[in-house]
Ligand binder design. Structure first.
Ligand code: GLN
Length: 491
């Protein structure tokens, strides 16, 4: 039955409806695959009993003919999503064995639609990172390796567990979150599809907060169609998140296969970086050619403030993080380190509970928000953010429907290879993705080719606010042209 794991979500949906197999069989096949892939460290918590119970329930509903759109589909959940009765840690020691008494809005919508939870997925601590190396549970392995090499590579981050598990066929799709690239960059590193929807499209309620004005959840899946199916269940207005927007959720799947003829695709001049690998450059031109062949029109555009996006992000995101993380004080949740008074208890708990990268962000954030530096850093970064957003608005006002860029400046790298001496080396991974969060726009990463060492590379499409459908239509054109990529199994 193990070949059940290689189906796409859309194929599995058909097999379940036709009664070719049951959800219990599909779920068991994935549970065995997870067991056999523990070396990847993609899951930080497996929930087989719950998975089987949910699968049985889905099977009963399918038999009765009252199945939801994701009935019986086994998924993995990033450990940033609160799951009722199931440990949720954001992969930080400071949350200890925190077991939420409530369910995040997104996961409750997935269960409402019949999906099955296989377990919780690894991620960078509080989603801070680009390689899944800051997790308190240790790094995640990318199922992809360089040709002829045994070196284990990172799957990207922060949603490294989600991307690795989907690519290694351990789950049919996964939830993920993206504050500066954490859905799209790991998707590009693992040949999976990842979409960060428009800010406000999905509820953030019950998701551990990193930088609230940038955080947005979305799916990682094996095909553009699968990601459209998942996003439909995840999206929607939620009165419990005042930043979620009350507009109807379209049937995203209907956008798949829709003609892209006449669409205007912007190619931003500023994304052509000095020293960018020739392979990435080539892939980008190839992607443009594919869209052109499908009838789209290509136009060169300018996003002049692009070069300020990363520095501004690394002020805004840590500022919000330092405020959000103030709640982890050793009193209310998880870890508590004693001290001779309450201040010492706070200090000891936070020093012991937060990892090095999180501590760095809290310190930067506190600094840029402090009296005397607020105007020079935080306020200035907010102004830059407005300019970045305006760059995009100007292009859209001139009739551009979507923007095509590389998803990442390189393919996956080895564990421990980057950022050791200089954290900025790691931050540069998000050079093409952070602008999209700063502007609140939707962006999708689609597998598009391989580098000379056989590693996957992805392209990114950026859309107008709430026009995720355009991204699905264009993304599918790229997917059809590029084909799908599966790693050779070594684990
Ligand atoms: N890599 C970026 C960071 O470390 C983005 C992470 C994310 O999107 N959650 O902040």
């Amino acid at each position: 039955m193990t070949d059940l794991t290689s189906l796409t979500l859309a194929e599995a949906r058909k097999g379940l409806a036709d009664k070719t197999f049951t959800s219990l069989e599909l779920t068991d096949a994935h549970l065995s695959a997870i067991e056999a892939a523990r070396v990847l460290n993609a899951f930080v918590m497996e929930t087989p009993d719950q998975a089987r119970a949910m699968a049985r329930e889905a099977d009963a509903k399918i038999a009765k003919g009252d199945a939801g759109p994701l009935a019986g589909i086994p998924l993995g959940i990033k450990d940033l999503f609160a799951t009722k009765g199931v440990r949720t840690t954001a992969c930080s020691k400071i949350l200890g064995n925190f077991v939420p008494t409530y369910e995040s809005t997104i996961t409750s919508q997935l269960w409402r639609d019949g999906a099955v939870m296989l377990g919780k997925l690894n991620n960078d601590e509080f989603a801070m990172g680009s390689a899944n190396e800051t997790s308190c549970f240790g790094p995640v392995g990318n199922p992809w390796r360089r040709e002829g090499s045994n070196t284990t590579l990172v799957p990207g981050g922060s949603s490294g567990g989600s991307a690795s598990a989907v690519a290694a066929l351990l789950c049919m799709g996964a939830t993920a979150t993206d504050t500066g690239g954490s859905i799209r960059q790991p998707a590009a590193f693992t040949a999976t599809v990842g979409i960060k929807p428009t800010y406000g499209r999905c509820s953030r309620w019950g998701i551990v907060a990193f930088a609230s004005s940038l955080d947005q959840a979305g799916p990682i899946a094996r095909s553009v169609r699968d990601s459209a199916m998942l996003l439909r269940s995840m999206a929607g207005h939620d009165p419990k998140d005042t930043t979620s927007v009350d507009i109807a959720v379209p049937d995203y799947e209907a956008a798949i296969g829709k003609s892209v003829k006449g669409m205007k695709i912007g190619i931003p001049r500023e994304y052509r970086l000095d020293g960018m690998p020739a392979e990435i450059e080539k892939l980008w031109s190839q992607g443009a050619e594919w869209l052109k062949a499908a009838g789209a029109e290509l136009v060169e555009i300018s996003l002049p403030h692009t070069k300020y996006a990363l520095p501004a992000y690394y002020i805004v995101a840590p500022a919000e993080a330092s405020s959000n993380l103030a709640r982890y004080d050793g009193v209310r949740y998880g870890l508590r380190e004693q001290g001779k008074n309450i201040i010492e208890l706070y200090e000891n708990t936070r020093a012991e509970g937060f990892g090095a990268e999180v501590r760095r962000r809290v310190m930067i954030g506190t600094y840029v928000l402090s009296a005397g530096y607020y105007d020079a850093y935080y306020l200035r970064a907010q102004k830059v953010r407005t300019l970045i957003k305006k760059d995009f608005e100007d292009c859209f006002a001139r009739g551009v429907d979507a923007i095509l860029t590389p998803a990442t400046p390189s393919a996956a790298f080895g564990i421990g290879e980057k950022g050791g001496a200089d954290p900025v080396e790691m931050y540069l991974n998000d050079i093409f993705t952070v602008t999209v969060n700063m502007a609140g726009l939707p962006g999708i990463a689609v597998p598009s080719g391989k580098d000379a060492q056989g590693l996957p590379l992805g392209l990114q499409l950026i859309g107008r606010p709430f026009e995720e459908e355009t991204l699905f239509s264009l993304g599918e054109v790229i997917e059809q042209a590029a084909g799908r990529f599966t790693p050779a199994r070594w684990w």
